[in-house]
Design a protein around this ligand. Sequence first.
Ligand SMILES: C[S@@+](CC[C@H](N)C(=O)[O-])C[C@H]1O[C@@H](n2cnc3c(N)ncnc32)[C@H](O)[C@@H]1O
Length: 349
Amino acid sequence: MDITNIENSLLQGESADVLKQFPENIIDCTITSPPYDNLRNYKDCEWNFEKFKEIADELYRVTKKGGVVVWVVGDAVIKGSESGSSFKQALYFIELGFRLHDTMIFEKNTSSFPASRKGNRYTQIFEYMFVFSKDTKPNTATLICDKANKWAGHTNWGKNTHRNKAGDLIETKDIKPVPDFSPRNNIWTYQVNNKFNTNDKEAHKHPAIFPEKLVKDHILSWTKEGDLVLDPFAGSGTTLKVSDSLKRKFVGIERNGDYNKEIALPRLKKYIPTIELKIIEKVPEVIEEVIQEIIQNVVEEQEEEEYTEELLKKKKCPELKQICKSKKIKCYSRKRKNELIKLILNHKN
Ligand SMILES: C[S@@+](CC[C@H](N)C(=O)[O-])C[C@H]1O[C@@H](n2cnc3c(N)ncnc32)[C@H](O)[C@@H]1O
């Protein structure tokens, strides 16, 4: 898929299938919220850890080195006990090679399920905002400084001193006054009632929208103008709208055609008249095709049958999966092709 074609568009399809067609290392920042366990079924969408892993693998592949993924998530409470899915997902991201840059909290001003005096759990009032960066620290981190300092403008309290290397107490010169504002803490609080989330009436038809302000704060923190922002669970299109308003490029993926037609598209068209909805079909299994290509490029004609059969048994080999995704076999040198075939044949399924 040509990257210029996906920029500033809403793609309809299963996230994993669509992401598999993206080139690697193109996304600067993902801001998203997946289904939470099976708390809502979003009109028959299947969600489990296997589905999550498929999407997480692709997020790793498409994210640039130093790119960021903001994963906003909460747990279902089943028979009084939290599922732990959020942590399980966070640990899987780390396994893939993401750094857990910060575990932030999205605190809500109100809860749909306030604690009862006779209950045994306090009111659930927050969600996690896991901030991951791929392989290394984030390429961009512009901390929002809006925590007012009580001592703003002050330069000293009595005499300021420090010790030099010899341990002598000396007077400190050039003390800068305390700034008016410092970086905020990592618990961010938002009003979550519909009228505070967004002014766009269409968006309220979606059952679980982000507050626009939450998306704005992350975009300002982890991206710069011109960066490409992804939301693989686009829903009502909040991430796309806010990205555009802050001069970032965007791409959204949403499987549900009704949400796209009735909510996201009418909402986004008001701000981005050129936005297009593109239906993305799943690419058919390419494994047989790739194996044929390996065979034709590497082995002698009389051995073809034997190798095809052996290679097809190795469908789970990661190297084979990798070239199936990128279909780069044609660009490999003969030596690399030979090494690859050995690797695949030696892989224990
Ligand atoms: C929590 S909502 C996201 C809402 C969004 N943050 C907003 O502000 O509107 C999750 C969305 O992901 C969609 N979804 C669930 N599984 C999906 C999948 N495998 N591929 C694409 N979209 C999916 C659901 O239809 C739902 O709209």
